[in-house]
Ligand binder design. Structure first.
Ligand code: SAH
Ligand code: SF4
Length: 418
């Protein structure tokens, strides 16, 4: 979402005559787009600006995104090298204010009114893939999560605008669209639309080779969505479905509104209907009151489900959230141990699953060039697994048949059939 936001801000800035430069030295403004979903992300953003503050000279430091919305002008007290702060829903105002800005501290938090009536205009580089934000905000109030406080209420982008935006990026060469929202399954609740209908409409647009979406909430998964994986040939057979914990006690404390049993049922249904579907998830370890037996339940669930990939986070208390009022009572060393136990387990599962793909012939979408290896490209199988492949010519954006030579922990190695 932040990638999308940064792109949007860049477009607004360029429209008003600002331009991006290639080095920090040349810049008049340094703009850092921030995430505050975990403390670690916050620390990284602030420490980047602190690390360059000694060479600040006349440059203005701007902190934009979720951190400003959360702490407001308190930021200036702690970090006096920051000049301008702006929330994630106010980038148009930010650019307007920058045009008349001279000196001093500036706070921009008032939301842009026409948030969803603008489109993303020119893409910066030739791209084969593009994120399209379809909702902003979230009202689920999972007890650990800061998003409802930083990004506000759920607001859905009108279907018409999404379609126009998709068409625009396709005209610029994009072949893969990833629809994003905090919980895409809730898309349209506020405007009388729904996500499955949207998927069909986007699927009908000519020129797209692949479509994906992120993120889904288990409480809102419907049979119709699972049918989409069968009916829509361009849709990645991939469901990112964060479970967060394998303990019903912890899920309740997290205010997730589903049980482990319900989660298993969804996964079984998806796997029975969609051959080869890949299922990935997020896990938080060390949530308040997570006892050893709760952790064991999470571990057992991961072993049972055999996710294709897992993103594992150590709980960090976030301001304003309900869980911030709970004691952060799992010692750091236990969080770390639990984190590494799950990481090791997932390493084995992912490696095993990727090895199982060896010898298969896959339709691979060529998504990007490898930065590390010349003439190598990174593609995606129909179930969204990364494949590294050596290509003599540039086939970016195309789908080609690839034989999987080797399955490694994080990706597959493929070879062309010609
Ligand atoms: N909207 C998405 C996820 C948003 S944040 C969803 O509902 O699934 C991405 C992930 O960060 C979450 O799934 C969760 O695993 C993790 N996360 C969020 N808040 C956290 C916190 N306070 N501490 C640790 N991990 C957190
Ligand atoms: Fe946060 Fe829950 Fe909303 Fe996801 S669904 S953004 S975890 S409150």
């Amino acid at each position: 979402m932040n990638f999308y936001d940064s792109e949007r801000l860049r477009v607004f800035l360029e429209k008003e005559g600002f331009c991006e430069v290639n080095s920090l030295d040349e810049a008049d403004y340094i703009i850092v787009n921030t995430c505050s979903v975990r403390k670690h992300a916050e620390n990284r953003a602030i420490s980047f600006l602190s690390s360059i503050k000694n060479s600040k000279n006349n440059k203005k430091f701007c902190l934009v995104g979720c951190i400003p919305g959360l702490y407001k002008d308190e930021i200036f007290k702690k970090y006096d090298f920051i000049d301008i702060i702006c929330g994630p829903n106010s980038y148009k105002k930010f650019v307007e204010s920058l045009k008349i800005y001279k000196e001093g501290k500036m706070v921009i938090l008032e939301e842009d009114k026409d948030f969803f009536t603008d489109f993303i205009l020119p893409l910066k580089d030739r791209k084969t893939s593009c994120f399209i934000t379809i909702t902003k905000g979230c009202e689920n109030f999972c007890s650990y999560c800061v998003v409802p406080y930083t990004r506000g209420k759920l607001v859905s982008k009108p279907v018409r605008i999404i379609i126009e935006e998709v068409k625009k990026v396709i005209e610029q060469g994009v072949k893969e669209i990833i629809l994003i929202g905090q919980n895409v399954n809730e898309y349209g609740k506020d405007i009388g639309e729904n996500f499955v209908d949207l998927l069909y409409k986007v699927h009908n647009i000519e020129g797209i080779n692949r479509i994906g979406f992120l993120t889904s909430h288990p409480k809102d998964i419907q049979d119709e969505l699972i049918e989409c994986f069968v009916n829509l040939s361009k849709l990645y057979k991939h469901l990112h479905l964060p479970v967060q914990s394998g303990s019903n006690k912890i899920l309740k404390l997290m205010n997730r509104n589903y049980t482990v049993e319900k989660y298993i049922e969804i996964v079984e249904k998806a796997r029975s209907k969609v051959k080869d579907i890949s299922i990935t998830s997020d896990i938080i370890v060390g949530f308040p009151y997570e006892k050893e037996e709760d952790f064991q339940e999470t571990y057992n669930l991961i072993e049972k489900i055999q996710f294709d990939e897992l993103y594992i986070f150590k709980y960090s208390p976030r301001p304003k959230t309900t869980a911030n009022r709970f004691p952060d009572n799992v010692p750091q060393k236990d969080k770390e141990r639990r984190h590494s136990l799950i990481l090791n387990l997932q390493d084995k599962i992912s490696l095993f699953k990727n090895k199982e793909m060896e010898g298969k012939i896959e339709d691979v979408f060529i998504k990007e060039k490898s930065y590390k290896k010349k003439s190598f490209y990174i593609g995606r199988t129909t179930n969204n697994k990364p494949v590294l492949i050596n290509l003599e010519k540039d086939l970016l954006g195309e789908i080609i048949k690839v034989k999987i030579k080797e399955g490694l922990r994080h990706y597959l190695i493929g070879e062309t059939l010609w």
